[in-house]
Design a protein around this ligand. Sequence first.
Ligand code: COA
Length: 199
Amino acid sequence: MGVEIRKYQPGEEQVLYDICLLTGDSGVDATGLYQEPALLGEVYVGPYLRFAPEHALVGVDADGVAGYVLGVPDTLAFEATCERSWWPDLRARYPLDRFPADSPDGRIVRLIHTPPEASPEVVERYPAHLHIDLLPRLQGQGFGRQLLTALLDGLAAAGAPGVHLGVSTANQNAIGFYRRMGFTEVQTYTHSLVMARTL
Ligand SMILES: CC(C)(COP(=O)(O)OP(=O)(O)OC[C@H]1O[C@@H](n2cnc3c(N)ncnc32)[C@H](O)[C@@H]1OP(=O)(O)O)[C@@H](O)C(=O)NCCC(=O)NCCS
């Protein structure tokens, strides 16, 4: 069996959370970094599946779901929806003092309590945003391109004129991939970049 690219289906939340953790340390396995394995997925996967399932695509091989791309056409609307309907429950489950502040878990819990907001200049031109993660067994064979292209088509069809994403400067592999896929740097921070492209 080859690899099928299709819409995410309800019931696949856990495997997507797992893939998020297995690629969560600048593209490589973050399992050893976190005490709470669900934490990364609660930030980078869960709200996309809940609020934008029509833009959630997966790559499936004979062993199951092995990669995903998630996105939203309107980042500001998504941030407002999360503020109302996603973060409150997580803030109650993960109080700020749950983990040491300078630990990996503690840093994600801080994001839950103070989610970063996309900057106005970026969302004005590039209102959509996305996340893409493939397990090693799916990488380097064109499936990232296929998943991303399908997502970008969907975001454009939903009316977004441009899309942005955040990437760690430690993840040079992903930066090379995004450049090849037409993204350029629009903001530079100490440990991360914002990259964007029009649709
Ligand atoms: C980054 C990632 C999504 C790329 O997907 P992929 O399936 O490995 O990439 P593809 O094989 O589809 O490559 C698509 C194109 O990008 C190019 N490319 C991929 N990696 C590249 C790199 N490091 N530098 C330059 N070009 C690169 C490929 O050569 C290919 O070019 P072509 O289609 O014009 O021939 C995938 O490797 C991944 O999920 N990595 C781990 C998780 C991760 O880092 N996610 C991003 C977090 S911000």
